[in-house]
Design a protein around this ligand. Structure first.
Ligand SMILES: *Cc1c(COP(=O)(O)O)cnc(C)c1O
Length: 358
């Protein structure tokens, strides 16, 4: 199989050592060995995510927890804030689960602002707010801390749901300080794990809300997940044991790098890609709100993107096309997880070679 470096916003490369960590015998999820593994993971996962909240681990991708968050937490009415394709997807998820939902959508490429959220909140009594932290389609990082601060000023009991699928583990998100009630993410982006696990840091306030919500479903029921976490140090249904071995090992690697160093590395790679892309093509996301993990680059109408991806494939690298309705006008470079600054330099130099040969 060809090995190409993945400069895409997920799945991201997994280090060989972490792939190998999966190669261990199965254990039953009601065994002491499993409870020990699960507890060991739990404490370090809280450290990595900077939270004292419990973190549920599900055998699903992040979309499963988008569904879980709305099913468990929406009481009377949800305000779903979207600034791109993944926010719009979450809106579709909320509607298909029957959650009473209003959509606040901004122009693509622009961030959501506290003013917009305040104006929307004055229109109805919302008890739940949902927002995507890092919009992977447009490459915009929304000012989630400022949005929550403003929103809570209007309704202190608000339950706040944050999708940080493409930023948690690579970008500084102080969950407890920002008072995020549910922060959800996937294994295959900044955590640099194989796909198949998702994590939700859940506050007491979110859990209290869930208790009053009927038809939370079963597989992602927070109350059930809580019961099994507390009483059995396990999950209600069979967990993805091999992936948990990988997670256990990867948490050690992340903490060995150090989270501040990890955030700084992502920031430095983002700055490098941005300044290059700004000079060569132009950036899609508004200045001041650009993602630290994925850069959405403007693609000229006559640009030979297929030629570029073929050229990069010959050099063992993959970048991503645009996503959703901006597929034709953008492409994306992911710089997250295992990607190192030297890898970014190599990628950009190779693209420069392609441009020079044109
Ligand atoms: C990738 C992504 C998702 C979807 O996550 P899956 O793990 O593929 O289900 C949701 N939101 C954002 C912001 C993403 O980047």
């Amino acid at each position: 199989m060809s090995m190409a470096k993945l400069f895409i916003p997920g799945p991201t490369d997994v280090s060989p050592e972490i792939l190998r960590a999966q190669d261990q015998p199965m254990i039953g999820h009601r065994s002491q060995a499993f409870s020990d593994l699960f507890e060991h993971i739990q404490s370090r996962l809280r450290t990595v995510l900077q939270t004292d909240h419990r973190v549920y681990i599900t055998a699903s991708s992040g979309s499963g927890l988008q569904e879980a968050a709305v099913r468990n937490c929406v009481g009377d009415k949800l305000l779903l804030c979207a600034s791109g394709a993944f926010g719009e997807r979450w809106h579709a998820v909320a509607l298909s689960n029957g959650a009473p939902t209003d959509l606040l959508a901004t122009e693509w490429g622009q961030p959501l602002t506290p003013d917009q959220v305040e104006a929307a909140m004055s229109q109805a009594d919302y008890d739940t707010l949902a927002v995507v932290h890092n919009e992977t389609s447009t490459g915009v990082e929304n000012p989630v801390g400022a949005i929550i601060e403003r929103a809570r000023g209007l309704n202190p009991d608000l339950v706040v749901l944050v999708d940080a699928v493409s930023s948690a583990g690579g970008v500084d998100i102080p969950i407890d300080e920002w008072e995020i009630d549910v922060l959800l993410t996937s294994s295959q982006k900044c955590f640099a794990l194989p796909p198949g696990l998702a994590f939700a840091a859940v506050s007491d306030r979110a859990l209290e809300r869930a208790k009053g919500v009927e038809r939370r479903g079963w597989y992602f029921d927070f109350i059930l997940l809580e019961k099994y976490l507390l009483e059995k140090k396990s999950t209600p249904a069979t967990p993805a044991v091999s992936l948990l071995y990988a997670l256990d090992a990867q948490l050690d690697r992340m903490l060995a790098e150090g989270m501040p160093a990890r955030y700084a590395r992502h920031q430095a790679m983002a700055e490098r890609v941005r300044s290059w892309a700004d000079a060569k093509f132009g950036l899609y996301a508004a200045e001041g709100y650009r993602s630290k993990t994925v850069t959405t680059v403007r693609k000229p109408a006559d640009f030979d993107f297929a030629g570029l991806t073929d050229f990069l494939a010959e050099h063992g690298m993959v970048i991503a096309n645009g996503y959703g309705k901006i597929k034709g006008e953008t492409f994306r470079i992911g710089h997250m997880g295992e990607i190192m600054p030297g890898d970014v330099d190599h990628l950009l130099e190779t693209i420069d070679d392609f441009l020079a040969a044109k």
